[in-house]
Write a protein that binds this ligand. Sequence first.
Ligand SMILES: [Zn+2]
Length: 835
Amino acid sequence: MMLWSDSTHLANFGTAKLWPVYMALGNLSKYVRSLPNSGALHHVAYIPSLPDSFQDDLKTWHSQWNKASHRKDVTTHCRRELMHAVWRFLLDDDFVNAYKYGIVIRCLDGIERRVYPRIFTYSADYPEKVLLATIRDKGLCLCPRCLIPQSKLHLMGQALDLRRRATDVREFFWEKVRHAREWIYQFGKGIKSKYVEDHLKETSSVPTVNAFSERLGQSFNPPQVFPLSRMLVPDFMHEFELGVWKTLFTHIIRVLWAKTPDGSSVLKLNDWFRQVLPFGTDTIRRFTTDTSEMKKLAAHDFEDILQCSIPVFDGLLPDQGENWQLLRLLYRTAEFHAFAKLRCHTDDTIEHLMEVTTAFGKLVRQFKDNICAGCETVELPSEAARRVRRAHTQTAGVATSNQEIPATQGRRPKELNLSTYKFHSLGDYPAYIRMFGPSDGFSTQVGELAHRLVKRLYGLTNKRKVAMQIGKRVERLERKSTAAPANAESREGSTSTTTDTPDDRSFQFSMSESQNHPIDIFNLIKAQRGNPAYKNFLPKLQDHLLGRKLGRAFDGDNHNDFSDEDRNTLHIYGEKIYQVGTCTFYFTTYDNRRDFDVVNPTSRPDVMARSQEDNRREVPFWHARVIGIYHAKVSTTHSDVRPKDRGVERMSFLFVRWLGAEPGYRFGFDKARLPKVGFVPYTDNADNFAFGFLDPSQVLRGCHLIPDFQSERTSELLPYPCAVARQIDSNVNDDWETFYVNIFVDRDMVMRYYGGGIGHLNQGETQGGDEAGDEQAGPSEDEDEGDLEEEPMLSLPAPAVAPTPGSGDEDSDDESDDDPIMEGDDDDDGRYASD
Ligand SMILES: [Zn+2]
């Protein structure tokens, strides 16, 4: 059993709240569990809040009710008691009986099995974990999982710290709590009185009996220990994306302000963020507003910022050494983020995550000691404004509008605080992933996503006794879905279409067969005379198509051995090629799912292919900017082409502008540097390959290039005005000299560079040669590869194979990964993000 709980606002206005507890069965696939409409998430309870009459009741008999501190202590205590009373109610005798002796369940396949329910994980944000672990909010030991004191939290990742997590596991202190409760309930001492604190303060315990420890451990004969601390898994979204990374990003901007008080580097930062191209359907969205202000950002936005941060921050710190240190830190941060969020792990990736965690912890501490200590960091203007506004609201009792607030003078000093639970928590990921699987399985996002249903149902209620009404509707929905086998079948049917068949795997791309934009080749060449992009357009195209017809291995079309005679054997029907707007590339992800990238020359133009050069170990991929997507009907009479391949065939090809690896530049995980590429310089030679053609089946997937803003713009790479080569920004006549390849754009991309992704393992076969295959690749094998390349094209007109339903699902998968954060976040942001 995996549990989630999280209180949520039911409507954008008003105070209506619901605090649901959800449960899913860990035996189910996480891909089913995390789908909001799969019905895998059950509503176990709605935790009530203390009634309004509670305070009045207490006032009548509590002698010191007027003391604010007493009032607060008692209310907090009662809230805790309420939470555990609810859980005591849920873990009733029947449940405990099943827990001890098992329960016989008749499963769907008709077989009766004895099932022992076990509580696996409980995902909740920190305030809720505090309640569940029965610890105090701001105590000496902040962590619900271990007893490492607050003064040692910043040492996250050190060998000693990692060892202490295993030895100083938090347990429930039965004796201490029993004594404390005696003082309170028998001798009438205050909850925070010295008698009680003597027992509890040291371990940050509270005088509440933990329902889990009691019902599933202490009440047994003989008593057992319930693994309470293991159940409370870390929470990546709140702790890292909205926690540590948000804090770190904010502080880096504070450092920028401190280093350049005129704000010029912050302006540059915002400007550069705006120039980052979007990627995927919503993997990276366009950064529109001033990113440094962080207005209304959800976890997904912070993820985007992190993934694009390295090129944008490069060069903003004036000191070279500090700049390098910052880039290194950002690299490790993005690396930690990627590996902690992988949806499929191997021993190797977990091992790597551990190393990255240690390296990240060290770099953050160095950043604090070396860079932050050297400058006086103060609040951001927006932070100061928020603080002033809050103070106004509190004193005036009403919210004041922006205009009434004095200009933000007097920004207070702010330091980077690493002694937080969130920072400490990062050290727990490798161990928890080993125990419970990849972090998306127990992510709090699953719970946040489920809130959509209760919010929708809230709209159907009459707003009175809301929990009761919502609960009844949920029950009705669940009954409906189990009572209708037809429904279940159709659902099964739809999932079976998403499971991959071998056919799907070889399906690499699809593009429209539209002939709405025919281009006469000779007219094109005539019209574009003098345009460097179209120089030798026809011979290059002929070489490319003929090479494919001959089944040659793809080598970037560097074969200059075709004679004009050879070329003349190739016929392009009607001398026409047809332009289409987009091409969709399908690929198998590292976690063995299918996904796709849509490439569009005007908005998402960059693609990557496996490198065909010998230095594949250093530069594993080739990159190209697609500037045209075409198809044409082609046949050949060349004698070397096998007769069955000579007939008329629709061939698709991409017209690209090649990028080459930056010479002499080293990159990689060990160096903490992103790869750099730049456009191949154009020269007037016949064999210049700045522009060329690419077989779409060679494309692995789209890629995300971010300008290296430190490199200047230059017109030297292509010293002519050429709109077609610069479709992204057609007003300019120059290019960025180099680009960073964003390997952190998504987890699949990271794993392509890291290697060992399970879904990537057989990539070599379909793409024309992996390491081993290539070394032995003889001429006969080349022919086979040619076959494989051509095949998908023959099946081009098959929309049935085009995994539109499947791809839709992949998409929603991704969404369950990222999108749900948006909704739940409105409240989350406000509540916890500010520490
Ligand atoms: Zn801990």
